[in-house]
Design a protein around this ligand. Sequence first.
Ligand SMILES: Nc1ncnc2c1ncn2[C@@H]1O[C@H](COP(=O)(O)OP(=O)(O)OP(=O)(O)O)[C@@H](O)[C@H]1O
Ligand SMILES: Cc1ncsc1CCO
Ligand SMILES: [Mg+2]
Length: 332
Amino acid sequence: MNDQNTTTTPATPAATQLPPDSPVRARILEAARTVRNTTPLAQSVTNFVTVNFVANAQLAAGGTAAMSYLPDDVLATAEICNASYINVGTLQPYFREAFPEIARGFKRLGHPWVLDPVAAGIGDTRTAILTAFRDTPPTVVRGNASEIITLATMWGLGAPFDKAYDGAAAASNADSNADGTDGHAAHGAAEATDVDITANRPQGVESVDDVDSARDAAVALARFIGGAVAVSGAVDLVTDGTTVYRLPGGSEYMTKITGAGCSLGGVVGTYLAVADPLTAALGASALYNQAGSAAGRKAHGPGSFQVEFLDALWATTPEQIAAAPITVESAR
Ligand SMILES: Nc1ncnc2c1ncn2[C@@H]1O[C@H](COP(=O)(O)OP(=O)(O)OP(=O)(O)O)[C@@H](O)[C@H]1O
Ligand SMILES: Cc1ncsc1CCO
Ligand SMILES: [Mg+2]
């Protein structure tokens, strides 16, 4: 029927192992060593469910923690740390103004930050906050697949995102956002008004999509923010909009404790305090996979997993982090 269409785009570009001597691994190693040697502070404005676990994970990973909730306090703390983490999991009425005010302050200060768009697509207040971040974007977005798809949809970055990877769609998203690292500034108001942002919204805080479904959305988001995006799941996906990295490992127990994802966001913040966005996203994800696998082998259930996991975060060496299994493919 379509004779010209003999060169159909393959379902996914070929993936290869990231070689041991890759400069990307060298940067991860350097970042992990710097975290261990300098105990960087990364501030968090995070949900009330997992706040303690986020702080403990940052400490076990080699950093330090400070939790803060009022804009003046957050912005004063931003002046004494190199990166912050914002997680919109549990909202309070004042957050509707406070979060955009904090993000504007970060932009003014040139302060790098990580966004965890927990439960994106649920509720008008959360949608208003996440939509506002489009004008003052984060340096790294970390979330589960449904959250990443919903955020990219909300920001009008090419939705609807196909469930299966579609190289042509990714390329057209790239065209509409390929205006350099400051793509968000050149892009007009969200064209998302006629798009259903509830189609991929998570089930509460749980993803309803697999990681691969979020590939195009992650690539589009990374290009838009000029930073990196980390999608978590059984095999994590990290991208800077040019290259897609996949990181297996971890443990199914991570889905049976609360805050594996939230604390990963906090530890991405720890790494972002000492490294570029891609290295931060890769380094923290590699650490989580290595530590999660080690803890999973020792744990007897979710309770002992939490304890083993904190110990494993502490025990995992920079060399083990940099040697984590990672595959690499072109984002196209
Ligand atoms: N099935 C799995 N097998 C192995 N590791 C997993 C699995 N699912 C998630 N993980 C790991 O758990 C961590 C958190 O990812 P997850 O996708 O559960 O985040 P999340 O849904 O945002 O979590 P939460 O909101 O509960 O904090 C990541 O390091 C990820 O690699
Ligand atoms: C359970 C829960 N509810 C709001 S935030 C949160 C932590 C996991 O994301
Ligand atoms: Mg989450």
